[in-house]
Design a binder for this molecule. Structure first.
Ligand SMILES: [Fe+2]
Length: 527
């Protein structure tokens, strides 16, 4: 075979040039979602391969096989929306909680507790862990409808921005449904076919990745007629060995791309932007302290790019790089992000790993590769004192993103660091420019842009909310109390409460994850 022919095949398979498929973008997000949910790296990719292969062996039409492949990918993109709550319940360990509740049977207290004990907060004191597990087991059966609805709605809201079939979108809200109808108010044949298929393949593949194929088959056999459709489950078990063989081919990401059934769904430029926005939202939902951070940094960076007289194309690439710059944060446990005192030794190293993880995720396939260099350099400094590579940052766009990120972090704070005023942040950044840690031109461009940020971020606001109510809403979505909101906005607690009651009445929403979703869906990103 000629080299040119091999190149053509490579282009067809891996989307070189304009032939990039949407699966590549979803695959990158799936890698981040694996980490955010405590699953083995690549488990989301192979779950899609298993779902598509099982669908093919069932004799489904190609369109259904493609839907099976897609549901395995989009089902996880809402997984971070309850990261705050799951961390709180799981002794701070959002990742362990996610994987334990994926595997444990919610209708069987002993089984659920067994899985919590196996995965959640392994380093925490035993007494604290078991008290937390009892609390989870007490709470989960009654809280499950609201809890799962938040995940599913988030996945639905994010997925509906993409060219995903209606059958997939309609299956997402039922994802957690059980065949026996326990725990959630639906079950049996009323569950969409795709949901029933995927519930089996995802569980089987997760157990195979954590343990082995034999154990995966045992788990599915034990769940027949309970959590999973017994007829489909039996058929899966007939073909499981051959299906697993297809999923275990390497290299993993390339095997995943090649396994997309039928014609590849190509990635349009608009879709690519949507995927970057989804990456930002997935990241910013993981912890309350991240809320809207990526969106704000992207807006500030783009305005700074204009001030620095960058070209339109370069500004858009900078904005998109900023949207995805923190995707690697999904890999780091909320026990680190929520720590209220300074990080020590290995904790700091673990935190700093997020910059490498961003580079790792974005380097897969083509959708995000154009933004890797700038996005993954956000913690580097012009004098080489940053991380994760410790290289001198000379590029203007990369410096602008790094400054915009620092400005946002300083003015919004973290659990272990109180926010400082915009004036104090500007003084710090100007000093960093003088000390050559950032290009001074980047500092000037960002600070100039920051001065106009608040007025420009107030666009049209839905549901008849006033601008003040939108500001209050964005703080409610971060779980701030009435007193905290009043203090931050310089109003009395009584006035703050008045705004809150108006928000409840106008949106008909009262729970924090649902308010966060509402803010996300309607683009309410306030300073
Ligand atoms: Fe950031």
């Amino acid at each position: 075979m000629s080299i040119a022919r091999i190149g053509d095949i490579g282009a067809a398979l891996f989307g070189v040039g304009t032939k990039t498929g949407i699966a590549e973008g979803l695959g990158v997000l799936a890698l981040a979602a694996d980490a955010a949910t405590g699953r083995p790296q690549g488990a989301g990719l192979t779950a899609a391969v298993v779902a598509a292969e099982f669908s093919r062996r069932l004799g489904d039409e190609v369109a259904t096989q493609k839907d099976a492949y897609h549901i395995a990918l989009v089902r996880f993109i809402g997984c971070t929306v309850t990261g705050h709550e799951t961390g709180m319940m799981g002794v701070g360990d959002d990742q362990g909680f996610a994987v334990a509740t994926m595997l444990g049977d919610w209708a069987d207290r002993e089984d659920l507790k067994l899985h919590l004990d196996r995965f959640v907060a392994l380093e925490a004191p035993e007494e604290e862990r078991h008290a937390a597990f009892d609390g989870i087991c007490d709470m989960l059966p009654t809280a499950a409808p609201d809890f799962t609805a938040a995940h599913c709605k988030q996945s639905y809201l994010l997925a509906k921005r993409l060219p995903i079939s209606q059958a997939v979108l309609e299956s997402v809200p039922y994802y957690y449904g059980r065949w026996d109808g326990k725990v959630l108010p639906y079950g049996g044949e009323s569950l969409p076919y795709l949901q029933r298929l995927h519930r089996i393949t995802e569980m089987a593949e997760l157990v195979r990745r954590l343990e082995n194929a034999t154990r995966a088959k045992e788990v599915i056999a034990a769940k027949l007629g309970r959590e999973v459709d017994p007829n489909l489950g039996e058929k899966f078990l007939e073909h499981a060995d051959d299906i697993f063989k297809v999923a275990s081919r390497s290299p993993e990401f390339e095997n995943f791309i090649a396994a997309e059934p039928g014609e590849r769904t190509l990635l349009t430029p608009k879709c690519r932007v949507t995927l970057a926005e989804i990456a930002a939202d997935v990241t910013d939902n993981k912890a309350l302290c991240f809320f809207s951070h990526s969106r704000r940094v992207a807006a500030l960076s783009a305005r700074a790019g204009q001030n620095a007289k960058m070209s339109k194309g370069d500004i858009e690439n900078l904005r998109l790089s900023a949207l995805v710059h923190d995707l690697g944060k999904c890999a780091i446990n909320n026990r680190i992000w929520y720590k209220e005192t300074d990080l020590e030794g290995s904790e700091r190293l673990e935190m700093e790993r997020h910059a490498f993880q961003t580079q790792f995720y974005l380097s897969h396939g083509n959708p995000f590769s154009q933004w890797v260099k700038v996005a993954a350099s956000v913690q580097e400094r012009a004098d080489g004192s940053g991380y994760h590579r410790g290289i001198p940052l000379t590029d203007l766009a990369a410096n602008i993103l790094a400054v915009a990120n620092e400005y946002d972090e300083l003015t919004h704070g973290m659990p272990n660091r109180a926010p400082i005023s915009a004036t104090e942040a500007a003084a710090k950044l100007n000093a960093a420019g003088r000390e050559k840690r950032f290009l001074s031109s980047a500092v000037s461009a960002v600070l100039q842009a920051a001065g106009h940020m608040v007025s420009e971020s107030l666009g049209s606001i839905p549901f008849g909310l006033t601008r003040r109510e939108a500001q209050v809403l964005s703080r409610l979505a971060k779980s701030e109390t009435t007193a905290e909101i009043a203090e931050a906005l310089g109003i009395s607690p009584k006035t703050a409460d008045h705004h809150i009651q108006n928000i409840y009445n106008k949106t008909n929403i009262r729970a924090r994850p649902a308010l966060a979703l509402f803010a996300l869906e309607h683009g309410i990103v306030m300073d």
